[in-house]
Design a protein around this ligand. Structure first.
Ligand code: GLU
Length: 290
């Protein structure tokens, strides 16, 4: 159940937890080239649902960096905090359909379960307004089909667990927010880093629970630091050097194994992107990078 025959709508959805770094540039560039090479729409959404991780002005720093790198996007930039009523409506629908339930388990208790929730609160009928909320998962599907990663099998206990929709502290989960946002914005393909591949199964299950076709998935190789960790704002990845945006773009193109040529750095960033759209080759994107 995926979209077909629809105009392509893609997006880049950075969290405003720091400045744009090389890892997030890969997600921006990959999603941009994929959308524009199909004459598609490319939207930007700032994923600021987890206010505890947001850093002041990181959103404008990210947008300025994208501008300096020659990116252009369609429509106004949206923010998850503008969508809180949509998340509340979705939660209410899921609760009314018995597809969600209140959960009182503390984070400490969950830590001991090593990433797979044991359904302890499933039949306790706890008040969802006074507790966290979980998806009542009745599905046994654990496979993702991805345009770069191919068939990706996820461990069944992880895939089939009752995952969080709303935390006990009231924060809407990433999985619920991203699905509701992508439905609202008509996204036909999600292009992002491969660190989100496993949680994609829960998003797919949520689309089905919302009676909505799920988008296509494309997970890009992750940029790792020299110790093999994902480059991320939490790992204090260096912000991009924007003094020479051309060089930065060429590095990112090399990372995605896209065509570049000697002297390319003489072009403007916008011209580099135009060339890269015209020569974009999804088949060349590696599954992983060292
Ligand atoms: N906001 C997430 C991040 O910055 C990406 C979410 C997504 O693309 O689905 O890692």
């Amino acid at each position: 159940m995926t979209h077909s025959n629809q105009p392509y709508i893609g997006r880049f959805a950075p969290s405003p937890s720091g400045e744009l770094h090389f890892g997030s540039l890969i997600a921006a560039l990959g999603s941009y080239l994929r959308a524009r090479s199909q004459q598609g729409i490319w939207r930007i959404r700032i994923d600021d649902i987890d206010s505890t991780r947001c850093i002041k002005n990181a959103d404008s720093q990210i947008l300025n960096a994208l501008e300096q790198l020659g990116f252009t996007w369609d429509g106004a930039v949206t923010y998850q905090h503008q969508h809180t009523n949509l998340y509340a409506e979705a939660l209410e629908r899921l609760l009314n359909n018995n597809q969600a339930y209140g959960c009182q388990c503390s984070r400490r208790k969950l830590k001991n379960l090593q990433g797979v929730y044991n359904g302890a609160c499933r039949f306790l009928k706890l008040d969802p307004n006074q507790n966290g909320i979980r998806f009542r998962n009745t599905r046994q599907d654990n496979v993702i089909f991805d345009s770069v990663q191919g068939q990706h099998d996820i461990s069944l206990p992880f895939a089939a667990q009752d995952f969080t929709l709303k935390r006990r502290d009231g924060i809407i989960s990433y999985n619920l927010a991203v699905v509701i946002d992508d439905i609202e914005q008509g996204i036909t393909e999600v292009v992002r880093g491969a660190d989100l591949l496993d949680s994609t199964i829960h998003q797919q299950q949520l689309y089905l629970a919302c009676d909505h076709p799920y988008p296509k998935w494309l997970h890009l190789p992750l940029a790792l630091d020299i110790s093999g960790y994902k480059l991320s704002k939490q790992n204090k990845a260096k912000p991009l050097d924007l003094h020479e945006p051309q060089k930065t773009l060429i590095q990112a193109l090399n990372f995605l194994n896209q065509p570049t040529f000697a002297g390319m750095e003489e072009l403007t960033p916008a011209s580099i992107l135009r060339y890269s759209i015209a020569n974009f080759d999804v088949q060349s994107i590696p599954k992983k990078r060292k």
